[in-house]
Write a protein that binds this ligand. Sequence first.
Ligand code: KG4
Ligand code: ZN
Length: 354
Amino acid sequence: MAGVHRQPGSKRGLAREMRILALETSCDDTCAAVVEGERILSNLVSSQAAFHESYGGVVPEVASRHHLELVNAVVAAALDRAGTELAEVDAVAVTQGPGLIGALLVGLSTAKALAAAHEKSLIPIDHLHGHVAANFLEPEPLEPPFLCLIASGGHTLLAGVRDHRGFEILGQTLDDAAGEAFDKGARLLGLGYPGGPAIQAAAEDGDPEAFDFPVAMTRDPGLDLSFSGLKTALVYKVRELGPKRAEQARADLAASFQRAIVDQLVAKIGRALDQGDWPALALGGGVAANAELRERARELCEQRGLRLKLVPLELCTDNAAMIASAALHTEAIPHPDYLGFDAFETDRQALRAS
Ligand code: KG4
Ligand code: ZN
């Protein structure tokens, strides 16, 4: 399924040196940042992972409550670390969606209140545009055009980025996201949450060829992806081995499972590069922090003579600096026109909202 995510009416370049305070609360991290042009002045993340670990995943109501408790302190710390004050920022940016609706509403309401208190503009941002825009930040900002894989806990898609204002979806997962597969796989293997880093760590001592997990969608000629069959294959394998042998084989299971996810992502990136004339590849979203994926992307780009942009790990996972970066290329809504704005939960609403 293809679609174009683009912010209407924004003009590239106009607002490049603006100083922006940004908030991001779409899932379980409470994030605030101050960015000026391409320069990050502060970028704070208060992770709630420890609170959610005992449940094996994010509990939406718990996330909302923690955002409410943390958001003011995280914003104050971001301003303080940037050596600035609310009165000195040019606009306030915030993730409007997609994400957990209660969590989003905490960030959106806070951002509205902060902006309104100083009669500043508000810049509502699509979270996925934020992941793409992480590539526009220092060090070594990437200029479009480029192909961008966004792989996170909620999304997995190949984005064609032709300018700073948006992206075109070239292909996307038909079921689970890659990060979701890591999280569910880790839970099955008793490895904790978040699953990606846990599986990566366990895989270091394992043989990625020990188990032959299915690599989906590679015979399909399109650019869509699928991860739910892989999760089911792991369920059956763990059941077949029984608890004792599954525990003994945990490192091999983790390594083989990770290999199957990365193989599919790399196959689809390769196919998208074949189909387009992209001079550079970028990776975004939490799964872009994965060491095996980063290494395989490096090999792929070396073979093809393409530039590879790998943002630092703290800009792969959710953060507010990427939201500020997207805001520099998005229309600002003047005070008080944004006071009635609502958050949106899903991609479809995201398209309607833009
Ligand atoms: O972008 P992100 O922080 O939040 C969402 O927008 O969903 O992505 C979180 C996801 C989680 O599923 C987590 O398990 C995964 O990114 N992740 C990783 C790694 N670090 C985080 N997956 C694989 N390897 C990693 N090193
Ligand atoms: Zn994200």
